[in-house]
Design a protein. Structure first.
Length: 419
């Protein structure tokens, strides 16, 4: 899924009434970063990842227009999963290293603000076209809107036995996977962070990466492809692979020799990793019944792509000086990935179906790109950015309010650090 940047993540709400309200850690714990000394240092944007988002969403768009051009183009969704797991976990660890907790309600509020308004705009247009036109591509839009808005399209698709349905919003299955992960992973991560030492948190995350692979092996049979492809439990290793990279990097201090070794090899392997993913997209048919190959792909293949994507993510994070990082950080490419990738993903599939129902054949790919980017720009400037700015103002107001209260509290009852 073309995951847009966490534009509100820089605003950390420390107000009262949130789940996991911040505690007052001791100076020693604060200095040690609570076992994650590099977490706060590694919480900024990575332009190379934004550029990678642009390439991935372009690949998905081409795949849905004409899958014969890139038979394995759906691998771009796997890459998005890994990027999302990395970015979200990095932000959560940065918050934990600063405050000793994770404000879950604030996190969920940011996710809602970032994802839902733009999604509802797409849903509204689909319903409008379904009720005012006779276009076949928008039949069943009411059901599709309900599933998409509840982030359960993937659950519905997993239960299907024949060709996929879902109308103009069938592609929101990946949003369902990500949102379900976003709901569960912060809860589990906070539990691990509070109960275990940092090294064991890392080991638990690595173990969790393997469990979906084992579960796919248990579930596998030729009739289980829909269940495996769409299940959050069966695709979680691709998100957790990114989370594992975030945990490893947060654990290593800047002068740790293991970090230098990791930086060296991540830089060397980033280009081969991207090349392998490109080869898969170009030559490997992922969906459909291909006998033994399908069995291999739907069991070990997803884990292999997760490991390859995680290697690429680590290379872009650790080696911004390489030619690949500089190329993907090219400002137009990074800007699109940072601001438009989510909108492009949301709008491209309804546009593809609209043009198909209108009988557009010649220049269909070009028309899809132009119309999709236009709708994504409108979504960004008219829906997404206004909601994000409003959320940032509210968060800043709450933070100023809390900062205004705390000095008074300290005067009335000084804490041990003040004494």
């Amino acid at each position: 899924m073309a995951k847009a940047p966490d534009a509100t993540a820089v605003v950390e709400t420390k107000g009262y009434g949130t789940v996991g309200a911040p505690r007052s850690p001791g100076p020693a714990a604060s200095r040690a970063g609570r076992g994650y000394p590099s977490a706060a240092l590694r919480s900024g944007r990575v332009n190379g990842l934004d550029g990678l988002r642009t390439l991935a969403v372009a690949l998905v768009l081409v795949y849905h227009v004409d899958h014969t051009l890139v038979p394995g183009g759906s691998v771009a969704v796997d890459v998005f999963f890994t990027i999302s797991g990395f970015v979200i976990t990095r932000l959560l660890l940065a918050e934990y290293s600063r405050t000793g907790t994770i404000a879950l309600l604030a996190f969920y509020r940011r996710r809602w603000t970032r994802l839902v308004p733009a999604l509802l705009a797409v849903c509204a247009v689909c319903v409008l076209l379904a009720t005012t036109t006779s276009l076949w591509s928008f039949e069943g839009s009411w059901q599709a809107v309900g599933l998409a808005a509840a982030f359960v399209t993937n659950v519905f698709r997993a239960m299907e036995s024949g060709p996929y349905s879902g109308g103009p919003l069938a592609h929101t299955w990946s949003l369902g996977v990500e949102e379900q992960f976003y709901f569960l992973w912060p809860l589990l991560l906070l539990l691990l962070l509070r109960r275990l030492r940092a090294q064991k948190v890392l080991l638990c995350t690595a173990t969790l990466c393997v469990l979906p692979f084992l579960w796919r092996c248990v579930l596998w049979n030729p009739d289980a492809t829909h269940r495996i492809y769409n299940g959050t439990d069966t695709r979680a290793d691709q998100l957790l692979a990114g989370a594992l990279v975030a945990v490893v990097l947060a654990r290593l201090q800047a002068d740790d020799p293991r970090l230098e070794l990791l930086r060296t090899w991540a830089g060397r392997l980033a280009v081969p990793a991207l090349s392998l993913l490109a080869l898969v997209a170009w030559q490997v048919p992922i969906t459909g019944d291909n006998g033994t190959w399908t069995a291999l792909w739907y069991t070990v293949g997803f884990l292999g792509v997760a490991a390859t994507s995680a290697t690429l993510v680590a290379g872009l994070e650790l080696r911004p000086d390489t030619w690949l990082s500089r190329l993907l950080s090219w400002e137009p490419l990074a800007w699109i990935g940072r601001n438009l990738s989510y909108g492009i993903y949301l709008w491209h599939y309804p546009v593809v179906r609209l043009l198909a129902s209108l009988g557009v054949q010649d220049g269909r790919l070009s028309a899809t790109v132009v119309l999709t980017v236009t709708m994504a720009l409108l979504s960004y400037y008219l829906v997404e950015r206004p909601f994000l700015r409003r959320a940032q103002r509210r968060a800043s107001s709450r933070q100023r309010h809390c900062e205004g209260i705390r000095p008074g509290l300290r005067v009335g009852r000084p804490n041990s650090a003040a004494r």
